[in-house]
Design a protein around this ligand. Structure first.
Ligand code: UD1
Length: 431
């Protein structure tokens, strides 16, 4: 099979492309990781909360960012993207309706609801898209905004009237990341005080809060996790550089667990990987932290993890679940993983089984009997993180693994092929 390394080529051959991995090559290298997807999406969206030009550095070049930039343009912003810097001029936000074609491409389009309400006091949002990892309703977003005085009409698309917007106490029945962000975006410019109880505590939310405070917002995270927002009249433009993506960091470190070898992440994020780091050690990896970097070395089969359950931060992140499942498929012993956040995240197990994995799923729990080695096979990503998980499986497998549906992976990884290639893997994009 002759493979050709491809440059970004628009839609040409989009669905025919696949990643080809010749497994069994140990990794050895240093890497600087792209900016955080889950932080940059709300931060870019929040640019519309004031006039002037915000300049965002270390912005990852991933398709979810492209879609968000498309929505910013659709509502009237001017956007300039040069390499990893994006400038958003939100002086004229003239449209308060998100095009259905854009909303259906990413889940985070739902955040424009809060941001447009904050800026224009009205918003129209068609059904948001995103990876099919679960039902993903928006009831918590809606209830939170209703507490702030927003009224909704419409069935398919949501039409929000924010003319009565004002601060209030919001109690989230579950610490939803998106509903917390939407509440913040709507409350920042609302008169009065807003309190978000049982707010999500993911580090990406604190990065959004930090960004907004740099712009003149008055937002505080209390010790009990609640978020207090004193509404301000306006926000100012700023320059800001994104933190590294903790899930991508986790992916590249896990590469060295799957294939063996050594990976050093040069821009290790301050928060967000505390628990995964403990798990890497439990699996037998040697982890060395320095001020800004983290090095992981692993040789031989990883040890199984007897029980692991996903949970809101600071619990084990659901976004790393597929990646751990893939690596534990070859661990020494039996692991059990319970997925409590997104009900469809075990879709990947069928694909791992094509590679010989011995995994049984009962309800929301996967029982993983580790085998010495997976066998390369043709597999398909079922969502963003499952795609990355299959790449990890391929790195440690014998023979060749081909991963299809690479568009999913490109939602969140700038160039997984380039990055693992630099770390020493034999991986190519083919068509
Ligand atoms: C965000 C992240 C995603 C991560 C997830 C959980 C972004 C762009 N995406 O997704 O990578 O996996 O947090 O850490 O930041 N729910 C409801 N009703 C709602 C909202 C959510 O029932 O109105 C449920 C969801 O179906 C899911 C759970 O709450 O079961 C968690 O969802 P949420 O925290 O909102 O995740 P997202 O913001 O979609």
């Amino acid at each position: 099979m002759v493979c050709r390394r491809l440059l970004r080529n628009g839609n040409r051959g989009m669905h025919l492309r696949y990643l080809e991995i010749k497994g069994g090559k140990k990794l050895d290298g240093d890497i600087r990781v792209q900016g955080s997807k889950n932080a940059v999406l709300p931060i870019l969206t929040s640019c519309i909360l004031g006039g002037g030009v915000c300049r965002i550095g270390n912005c990852p070049r991933i398709s979810d960012v492209e879609v968000t930039l498309g929505i910013l343009k659709a509502v009237g912003c001017k956007v300039i993207q040069e390499k990893h810097t994006v400038c958003v001029d939100a002086t004229d936000v003239s449209v308060c309706e998100i095009p259905a074609s854009e909303a259906s491409r990413t889940r985070s389009s739902v955040l424009f609801l809060g941001a447009l309400i904050g800026r224009c006091r009205k918003a129209v949002l068609p059904v948001p898209g995103g990876c099919a990892i679960g039902a993903r309703p928006v009831d918590l977003h809606r209830k939170a905004l209703e507490k702030l005085g927003v009224t909704f009409s419409g069935q398919e698309s949501m039409t929000a009237d924010g003319s009565g917007l004002s601060g209030a106490v919001i109690h989230l029945s579950f610490p939803s990341v998106g509903a917390t962000e939407n509440s913040i975006l709507a409350a920042v410019l609302a008169p009065g005080t807003t309190v978000i109880e049982q707010a999500a505590q993911e580090p990406e939310i604190d990065e959004l809060i930090h960004f907004l405070n740099l712009r003149g917002a008055r937002i505080r995270r209390k010790k009990d996790g609640s978020i207090w927002i004193e509404g301000v009249k306006e926000l100012y433009p700023v320059k800001y550089t994104m933190q590294a993506d903790r899930i991508v960091v986790g992916t590249y470190l896990l590469g060295a667990v799957s294939a063996g070898g050594r990976v050093r992440v040069l821009n290790y994020p301050k928060h967000g990987l505390e628990l995964p780091m403990e798990l890497f050690r439990e699996m037998g990896a040697v982890v060395r932290m320095e001020e800004e970097s983290c090095e992981l070395k692993c040789s031989g089969r990883p040890k199984a993890l007897s029980y692991l359950e996903t949970a809101p931060y600071p619990g084990f992140p659901t976004d790393l679940q597929s990646l751990f499942t893939a690596v534990l498929a070859c661990a020494d012993g039996r692991s059990r993983i319970r997925e409590t956040i997104f009900e469809n995240r075990f879709q990947m197990v069928q694909e791992l089984k094509r590679m010989g994995a011995q995994i049984e799923v009962y309800g929301n729990t996967a029982w993983i009997q580790g085998i010495p080695r997976l066998q390369g096979a043709e597999v398909s990503a079922t969502d963003l993180r499952s795609g990355a998980g299959l790449v990890l499986a391929g790195l440690g497998a014998s023979d060749v693994t081909r991963v299809r549906n690479v568009e999913y992976i490109e939602r969140g990884y700038e160039d997984i092929c380039r990055d693992f290639g630099r770390l020493g893997a034999d991986i190519q994009m083919c068509q």
